[in-house]
Design a protein around this ligand. Structure first.
Ligand code: IDP
Ligand code: MG
Length: 170
């Protein structure tokens, strides 16, 4: 069987990532953005945002039936989040690795959650909803999520000068 989420893609993909309210409150915004920047991914959208309840519910609709759903919505709407759109080769699978396991105590050291958080209900920081599951871990899904959180005019198309130093030309 083909498991797309286990294969590092060579395609340029887009993904939505978000720093949750605890990341903002704990002053970790710079630290977290920095990890994706240093890896070589391209930031195409960024804003501090107080998420309305309806949007949080839409974003997490796959988890609606879970017992922790109401708490999750409270958590996400409890203060500003940082919405980010990122682009890069194989970013969907790579971001998942950089973020680490959902439960921070099981997340490897070196990952954002492994280094900076202790509890699933405060797993700090970055969330890339759906990325781990078959059928919703595709670049198309990344685009759809970006559209949920950003207006078109809030996104920038640009070419970082470092690009030739990140990827060789064939
Ligand atoms: P992910 O964020 O690692 O992709 P998901 O399973 O997609 O994990 O869950 C989305 C978010 O829902 C998690 O990041 C976490 O904030 C919350 N969540 C998931 N499972 C639990 C749980 O068992 N208790 C409390 N919160 C949870
Ligand atoms: Mg998820």
């Amino acid at each position: 069987i083909f498991l797309p989420h286990l294969v590092a893609s060579m395609e340029v993909e887009e993904t939505y990532l978000m720093i949750k309210p605890d990341g903002v409150q704990r002053g970790l915004v710079g630290e977290i953005i920095s990890r994706f920047e240093k890896k070589g991914f391209k930031l195409t959208g960024l804003k501090l945002f107080q998420c309305p309840k309806e949007l949080a519910e839409e974003h997490y609709k796959d988890l609606q039936s879970k017992p922790f759903f109401p708490k999750l919505i409270d958590y996400i709407t409890s203060g500003p989040v940082v919405c980010m759109a990122w682009e890069g080769v194989g970013i969907v699978a790579s971001a998942r690795k950089l973020i680490g396991a959902t439960n921070p105590l099981q997340a490897e050291p070196g990952t954002i959650r492994g280094d900076l958080a202790v509890q699933t209900g405060r797993n700090l920081t970055v969330d890339a909803q759906g990325m781990w599951f078959m059928g919703s871990d595709s670049p198309e899904n990344g685009k759809r999520e970006i559209a949920l959180w950003f207006k078109d005019v809030e996104l920038c198309e640009w070419s970082p000068v470092q690009e030739p130093w990140l990827r060789e030309r064939y």
